[in-house]
Design a protein around this ligand. Structure first.
Ligand SMILES: [Zn+2]
Length: 251
């Protein structure tokens, strides 16, 4: 399995980070894409990438932090890390921690960096799907993933038309997540990714706990049931998709 979205440098892993990573490896997690969207985590993040061959990096400024966007700092980090993707970036109109217009501007700037560097993008979109899709179309973005997808079927189709992947996280396991379950059951297999978004969004069997990459298995199990596809086949397919989107070998 490949966990395509985990915040392993988050301080909530400070006390037992190496144990969490070992559990992931012991539970058949072959690669982890670790996301750094907070400069405070940068040092821990870059140490993790150096230490573990199966942990890869993505870096970008989260929409929450758009107000503090510093392009020079981002470019320096990209040059140092040589990441597998740029992200997570996007729009979050739920929290609106940064004003909308600033979020829009910073999102566009980072999409342009991704294009120049030929990096896939990891998109965070919360209660902002219309604007997100509009910008992705305007900027001709066709290389990336909608992380923790939460849209409807029509929005999924628009993302697929752009050429993007759909990544399914823990909420698909929640009872009552009917819209997401239905989207996850029909998303084309060659565009499907799985992720934990650790330490957030622990899946149903462990809901409320600190999430970790080894629990990506619960998402795979749920998808296997929803899609009526054997677990090992889905595992191969989603891992293959992750490897073709993110150039893990470049590290
Ligand atoms: Zn995230």
């Amino acid at each position: 399995m490949i966990d395509t979205h985990a915040h392993l440098a988050d301080k909530r892993f400070n006390s037992d980070r190496e144990e969490v990573i070992k559990r992931a490896w012991d539970n058949n997690v072959e690669e982890i894409l670790c996301i750094c969207s907070d400069y405070a985590e940068l040092e821990t993040f870059s140490e993790l990438l150096k230490k573990h061959d199966f942990i890869h990096g993505a870096i970008g400024v989260h929409p929450h932090d758009s107000s503090g966007y510093n392009e020079e700092q981002l470019i320096t980090a990209i040059n140092d890390i040589n990441p597998s993707a740029l992200g997570e970036i996007g729009l979050d109109y739920h929290y609106n921690h940064s004003p909308k217009d600033v979020q829009l501007e910073v999102f566009k700037k980072q999409l342009n960096i991704a294009k120049t560097r030929e990096l896939p993008v990891i998109i965070h979109s919360r209660e902002a799907m219309a604007d997100t899709l509009k910008i992705l179309k305007e900027e001709n973005i066709n290389n990336g993933v909608m992380h923790c997808f939460s849209g409807n079927e029509r929005e999924m189709r628009e993302c697929l038309e752009l050429g993007l992947y759909i990544s399914i996280a823990g909420p698909v396991t929640f009872p009552g997540a009917e819209k997401l379950k239905s989207v996850a059951s029909i998303a084309p297999g060659d565009r499907l990714l799985i992720e934990t978004d650790s330490p957030y969004l622990a899946p149903q069997p462990v809901r409320g706990k600190r999430n970790e990459p080894s629990w990506v298995k619960y998402i795979l199990e749920e998808l296997s049931e929803l899609r009526n596809v054997p677990r090992d086949e889905l595992e191969r397919q989603t891992a293959g998709n992750a490897r073709s989107l993110f150039n893990f070998n470049k590290k």
